[in-house]
Design a protein around this ligand. Structure first.
Ligand SMILES: [Fe+2]
Ligand SMILES: [Zn+2]
Length: 442
């Protein structure tokens, strides 16, 4: 196993070490005593003449990147992030080093720029400990200055999406190589929804499709649902009434991440067109036209409830527009006016302003420019990011059979992250990337 890890990179490294030692800036002379061989690592080595330079002081290690940029890492941070086999479990990807045994004032005995990364030798009670940090990993992990965090590209859309809505064929999504699944989830990530065409019109096939993303989330509606308009559950979804654009589970602290549904049949009637609205698009317009209203919706918590059955009483209180604390970016839209509870959290002096704000939000949500209407037919399933895209439908007559499922946001994001790790930036002809202890993301 170890032999197979000793790739040509390591062999090259061994040959070039002497040269790189001469060229790299070294703050301390390497101690000859007990220098443990660094773990073999599977990364691309940097040619010696482009090596970043490195030096250390009692607090930090400085790295000067090729091109003039630099990064600083605290000594304790580096020691805590050693990913040798003693400090990090290569299979479970969990920390083994005891953070609390690291002296707060730990200082390297030596730092050295090597083609495969930064080598740091630490003092230890019995023997020195050698850490090797790949350059690319250090660059991505830089916090001083902070490295740019890669965010996925989102395409905000209005009614014109009707011309070319994101769609992936069922056969591709189900193919075992997972390329089609990656395509599907990437499009959901980008557009907030994506159709799947050519799905067999059965509950079984739709359930299998749902399971491609992750565990189906069981709720008071059941696990995988297969229903007609019979009010089997105490919710308007189980009627033939029109439903204005809304997100589901506003009454959960953690609303489902993905809602997948599939119209299996519609007989003896008409209507029931599906409505989709990009909540992020509408929020962006609101922010531009009415920043004060945007700020109010981002700040004022709204309570919602689910109480249509006697044995449940779900409640959650959150703002309509939820933002990430760290970045301030819009994270989720949570809106279902039908599920709104008693409004208590708004000061009396702001109550009229609050209703005005809701009216403005509703006006943008229901504008022709925002609404995308589509008449679904058996064979086309849809997956919706329930934290971003609102859905609804027009009233209908006749008998409709719908099936579908909820999938948790964590399950969806995990699957997307795994597939991105393997396939992002890789062409169809290259091998999927394999996870190592230095892969980005953990
Ligand atoms: Fe819904
Ligand atoms: Zn270690």
């Amino acid at each position: 196993m170890l032999g197979s890890l000793l790739t040509s990179v390591q062999r090259t490294t061994a040959r070039t070490t002497r040269t790189s030692r001469l060229q790299a800036s070294t703050r301390f002379a390497s101690s000859s005593a007990a220098l443990k061989a660094a773990e073999p690592i599977e990364i691309d080595a940097v040619p010696s003449h482009h090596l970043p330079t490195s030096n250390a002081n009692e607090k930090e290690v400085f790295i000067h990147w090729d091109g003039g940029d630099w990064s600083k890492f605290h000594n304790i941070w580096l020691r805590d992030h050693c990913r040798c086999s003693e400090c990090f479990h290569s299979v479970t990807k969990q920390r083994l080093v005891n953070t609390f045994e690291i002296p707060p004032d730990i200082e390297p005995v030596a730092v050295e720029s090597k083609p495969e990364g930064l080598q740091v030798t630490w003092p230890a009670p019995k023997q020195h400990h050698v850490s090797m940090y790949p350059w690319s990993w250090l660059r991505q992990s830089s916090y001083d200055p902070p490295a740019a965090v890669a965010t996925s590209e989102k395409v905000l859309w209005g009614s014109k999406i009707v011309q070319d809505p994101p769609t992936v064929p069922y056969d591709e999504v189900m193919a075992p190589d997972n390329h089609g699944l990656y395509k599907w989830l990437s499009r959901i990530d980008k557009f907030g929804f994506c159709f799947v065409s050519g799905v067999p019109s059965t509950a079984e096939a739709t359930e299998e499709l749902s399971n491609r993303i992750g565990f189906i989330r069981e709720t008071h509606y059941g696990k995988f649902w297969d229903f007609t308009a019979d009010l089997a559950r105490g919710d308007t979804a189980y009627t033939n009434l029109a439903l204005p654009a809304h997100t589901d589970n506003t009454y959960f602290t953690d609303p489902c991440g993905i809602q997948l549904f599939h119209l299996l049949s519609h007989t003896d009637g008409a209507g029931g067109a599906t409505l989709l609205v990009d909540g992020f698009y509408v929020a962006s317009i609101l922010k531009e036209l009415h920043p004060d209203v945007y700020a109010l919706l981002a700040r004022v918590p709204v309570t919602a409830h689910a109480a249509g059955e006697d044995d449940i009483l779900y409640r959650a209180t959150r703002p309509v527009l939820e933002h990430a604390e760290a970045t301030g970016a819009l994270r989720a839209v949570r809106w279902n006016n039908d599920d709104r509870s008693v409004v208590r959290g708004v000061p009396a002096s702001s109550m009229l302003q609050w209703y005005d704000a809701l009216r403005t939000w509703n006006k943008l949500l229901t504008s022709q420019d925002s609404e995308y209407w589509v008449q679904l037919a058996p064979g086309t399933a849809i997956a919706i990011d329930n934290h971003r895209v609102l859905h609804g439908r027009s009233a209908f007559t006749g008998k409709r059979r719908m099936c579908g499922a909820y999938i948790g946001a964590d399950e969806y994001r995990s699957k997307l992250a795994v597939l991105s790790e393997r396939f992002a930036d890789a062409s169809a002809h290259t091998e999927p990337r394999v996870r190592t202890v230095w892969s980005p993301g953990f």
